[in-house]
Design a protein around this ligand. Structure first.
Ligand code: GLU
Length: 493
């Protein structure tokens, strides 16, 4: 069936704060399906909840999805044949459908004030009623009739009249036949004249020709109401697909309040690569079958199949992401990795950088580029790079106390000898530095490698563990390396 129909999918985030990682997760699966089928992917902004609207959130949605490479064929920023793609600009579109439902007797006005509704709910809770929800006080009444009763509000809402024999079951593409609990008489038009999500989503998905509604499993309970609206309006019902919710390691639902990683921008701020995050999100929906955890975006799309989606809420384990990020960092060319590190530092660590830069490091980008092969093997995120190259950029290296104590005894003997060897070295280059130090101090003086190299490393890098020593010295150059050996010697004397 699908081959003859142009697949149109969408993601429909609400601009209510900085974007949730779930927006990227949903976009990824929608996008992959559109790619796989030669279909189209639409971005629609669902901003009918004015109370929760947050300025700037929409731009973050655009920027972060673009950062991930999840490009849309139609959307508020690029328009398209079904524009506008922002619900607040479509308000005139919804009202006639609401009127149509009222006229057909599928919907009715409700003038109950919010105080009355709260009181009704409290009473229902106290009476432990088996069926709760709106008690239909307004149903069948004119405005005048209702105005005689308590708890009347001037501006009505419009509610769906949920039939007693409503069909609560539907077919989900990854879950098969499922059903949801019976809904309340859902509000479809609010007192401010805005449609609720339920009305707007159905009208827009229909008018925009959406063939497959792919969204989070939290919407399963709303789907029967949506199907009812499609049927009442005489429209073809789309296919449904509810993706499992991302979960914390304790299995609770991932939320921005509890987990910083629920904020999509967190991954950018922490220096994760978009490639790694995409791969990680793929694994969330598609657990690997044969430990094939690294999967390129192209392979993911080529093999895309809803049947592979795991319905058990995937656990969002950032350790796995760290591992993937390391993999993708190392898969980049050295030039590209250097470029990304530089971009990251300029965007997120400009203050930290300016604090540590000295007169020697005007060309810090060049130093980063030279240091890439040294730091790449252990790099987990772009954020860590600055700390790892710090000793190559500063004018004075801060020596860690524990490291100083460890080498204090050998340093006064080793460092003058090392300085002497290095002063006369013709070509100040990593392998020559190593060879000269081994020949001059290990072979000729009979010292152990540890005795020789630990004090040199502490003098050069400030710590007992550092990126490769000889390559670091080459980057620093002869003068700076000798200066560090002498400075450290002064402080251990
Ligand atoms: N605006 C809804 C959300 O942000 C979209 C739900 C849907 O895809 O139908 O979750």
């Amino acid at each position: 069936m699908e081959s003859s129909v142009l697949v149109r999918v969408r993601v429909a985030p609400s601009p209510t704060g900085d974007p949730h990682v779930g927006t990227a997760y949903m976009s990824l699966f929608n996008w992959a399906y559109a790619q796989k089928t030669g279909g189209q992917f639409v971005l629609r902004i669902e901003d009918t909840d004015q109370a929760r609207y947050v300025e700037g959130s929409e731009k973050q949605i655009f920027d972060l999805l673009a950062w991930l490479g999840l490009t849309w064929d139609e959307g508020p920023d690029i328009s398209g044949p079904y524009a506008p793609y922002r619900q607040s600009e479509r308000l005139d579109t919804y009202r006639p459908y609401v009127d149509q439902l009222i006229e057909a007797g599928h919907a009715y006005y409700c003038w109950c004030s919010s105080q009355r509704l709260t009181q009704m709910r409290d009473e229902q809770a106290k009476a432990k009623l088996s069926t709760t929800g709106y008690d239909r006080l307004c149903y069948g009444k004119t405005r005048e009739e209702r105005a005689q009763l308590p708890g009347f509000s001037e501006t009505p809402v419009v509610r769906m009249l949920i039939p007693d024999d409503m069909d609560l079951g539907f077919v989900d593409m990854i879950r098969g036949q499922i059903s949801a609990p019976r809904p309340d008489d859902q509000v479809i038009l609010k007192a401010d004249g805005f449609p609720t999500y339920h009305m707007a989503v159905v009208v827009d998905d229909h008018l925009m020709g959406i063939t497959h509604v792919v969204r989070g499993e939290e919407w399963i309970s709303s789907t029967p109401k949506h199907i009812l609206l499609y049927q009442w309006l005489g429209w073809e019902v789309p296919a449904w697909c509810h993706m499992p919710l991302l979960r914390n390691t304790d299995k609770s639902k991932i939320s921005k309040r509890k987990n910083p990683a629920a904020r999509l921008v967190w991954f950018q701020e922490e220096g994760y690569l978009p490639e790694a995050l995409l791969n990680f999100l793929q694994l969330m929906g598609y657990p690997p079958t044969d430990d094939q955890e690294v999967c390129s975006f192209e392979d993911f799309v080529a093999d895309f199949d809803w049947a592979k989606v795991n319905t058990v809420g995937p656990v969002f384990d950032v350790k796995k992401l760290d591992w993937l990020n390391g993999h993708y960092l190392r898969a980049l060319s050295e030039d590209e990795l250097a470029r990304r590190i530089v971009d990251y530092i300029e965007t997120y660590q400009a203050d930290g950088l300016s604090r540590l830069l000295g007169k020697r490091s005007a060309d810090w980008k060049q130093v980063v580029r030279q240091a890439v092969p040294l730091i790449a093997p252990r790099l987990v995120t772009l954020k860590e790079a600055l700390e790892k190259v710090r000793f190559l950029l500063v004018d004075f290296v801060a020596v860690d106390d524990a490291a100083r104590a460890k080498v204090a005894e050998d340093a006064p003997m080793v460092l003058p000898l090392a300085a002497e060897v290095l002063e006369s070295l013709v070509d100040f280059q990593a392998s020559a530095i190593q060879e000269a130090l081994v020949t001059g101090l290990v072979d000729e003086q009979g010292l152990s490698k540890k005795t020789v190299f630990a004090p040199i490393r502490v003098a050069i890098a400030g710590a007992l563990v550092s990126p490769p020593l000889f390559e670091s010295m080459e980057i620093l150059g002869r003068d700076e390396s000798l200066k560090r050996l002498r400075e450290f010697l002064r402080c251990v004397h």
